[in-house]
Design a protein. Structure first.
Length: 182
């Protein structure tokens, strides 16, 4: 009977791990996914932003948040009227009248820039790490057939959060360098 219980625990833990990973993927697709695709330039440019003003932006806590520009967005495809949008995480402080190719995600314009790549990749990583740690623990439970010790997985999650910070800064620097060279 004990072997049957272990097999049931293994099956539930494997199912739980798959469900956690599916939930993590869905949340990334739902929350930072469109912005990540836009700032990485993984899809074609949606249109052009004619900049009217740029200023230093701050986040909700008042910390510097990069450069934000406002202007009139004109879609590449015909059928959409020009409208006023915000360019979040601009690569540079553009002068009035500058034309910037942008991608639109959730009503906000994005371009490839170091600050935008760093910000969105950090949000994505900080969202994923807890789910990956939980899935890892559930897989360890499935392997043993009983509850596994959680400490190594918690330490790995803490290391993962630190790695997200370092990697997002590195991604921001590489994106800024690529933007400057191209």
């Amino acid at each position: 009977m004990e072997a049957g219980a272990r097999n049931a625990v293994r099956a539930l833990a494997l199912l739980g791990s798959a469900a956690v990973l599916a939930l993590a993927g869905w949340l990334v697709w739902l929350l930072p996914g469109p912005q990540l695709v836009a700032v990485l330039g993984l899809r074609p440019v949606d249109g052009t932003l004619a900049v009217s003003e740029c200023h230093d932006a701050s986040d909700a806590e008042g910390y510097p948040g990069g450069t934000e520009c406002r202007g009139l967005y004109t879609p590449r495809r015909t059928g959409g009227p020009p409208r006023e949008v915000v360019l979040d995480g601009a690569a540079a402080r553009y002068g009035p009248g500058s034309a910037v190719p942008v991608r639109i995600a959730r009503g906000t314009a994005y371009e490839r820039s170091g600050s935008a790549v760093g910000h969105v990749s950090a949000v994505t990583g900080f969202l994923l790490v807890p789910f990956l740690a939980l899935a890892s623990w559930l897989l360890a439970c499935a392997r043993r057939g009983r509850a596994a010790h959680a400490e190594p997985h918690l330490l790995a999650a803490l290391a993962g959060l630190a790695a997200v910070f370092v990697l997002s800064v590195a991604a921001a620097l590489l994106a800024a360098l690529a933007t400057a060279l191209l």
